[in-house]
Design a protein. Structure first.
Length: 226
């Protein structure tokens, strides 16, 4: 496991809400776009990919809230079917009880599916992986998505491994964010980068609250990618 992530540590560099927003969980607060941390070397393509588009009147909502918001954009429940993402060049299974979406809540992602306002999976085309390899790219993505989407007070790495699915190979990293308030429950984020025949795909799965069942469903989507 990367030494950079071996300790729990507070995330204190985000913008605090205005006084009238105190007491709200992170999923309900409005944030300005945080500046990327100086300790993370972020290529320009990644900055462009991380622009949030779930806009509210006064700012941008974190994806913890978008997990619920995106449910209003999902198709009606039905038998489990595959999501076909032609832009990313992949398809993946929708677990039973999940629904396909139409508009992903984050810019750059081209498909989305979710369940019960508590979990979602998105996919998008990725940029070519440089000489540092898929693990380094996956770590950068997980770190940046965690900071921009979770706003956790502490974040732990709960999984970091090489993966393969449907002829793709790559790397997957999962994080668990905790919050010091008494309202917001822990969140789970998994970021996976896959490559095949010179093509790169990024998949992001998130659940709030963190739950073994939701983790298993997100992992099942990853294993079914083809």
């Amino acid at each position: 496991m990367d030494e950079h992530w071996t300790e729990r540590r507070p995330y204190g560099d985000h913008t605090w809400p205005a006084p009238q927003e105190e007491g709200l969980p992170p999923s309900a607060r409005l944030y300005g776009a945080p500046a990327p941390p100086s300790r993370v070397r972020m290529p320009s393509w990644l900055r462009r990919a991380l622009v949030l588009v779930v806009g509210l009147a006064a700012g941008v909502a974190v994806v913890a809230g978008a997990v619920a918001l995106v449910m209003s954009r999902l198709n009606a429940p039905g038998p489990p079917v595959d999501v076909v993402d032609t832009a990313a060049g992949v398809s993946y299974p929708v677990p039973e009880g999940w629904r396909r979406g139409t508009v992903p809540p984050v810019t750059g992602f081209t498909s989305v599916a979710g369940a019960d306002g508590a979990a979602l999976v998105m996919s998008r085309p990725g940029e070519s992986v440089d000489v540092s390899g898929p693990r380094a790219a996956a770590i950068d993505l997980a770190d940046l998505y965690s900071r921009l989407l979770l706003h956790g007070d502490t974040v732990d790495v709960v999984d970091d491994r090489t993966v393969s699915a449907g002829g793709f190979t790559g790397h997957s990293r999962a994080l668990r964010a905790s919050y010091t308030d008494v309202v917001n429950q822990p969140s789970y984020l998994r970021v996976t980068l896959l490559t095949k025949d010179g093509r790169t795909v990024v998949l992001l799965g998130m659940a709030q609250p963190d739950d073994p069942r939701r983790r298993a469903e997100i992992d099942a989507v990853l294993k079914g990618v083809r």
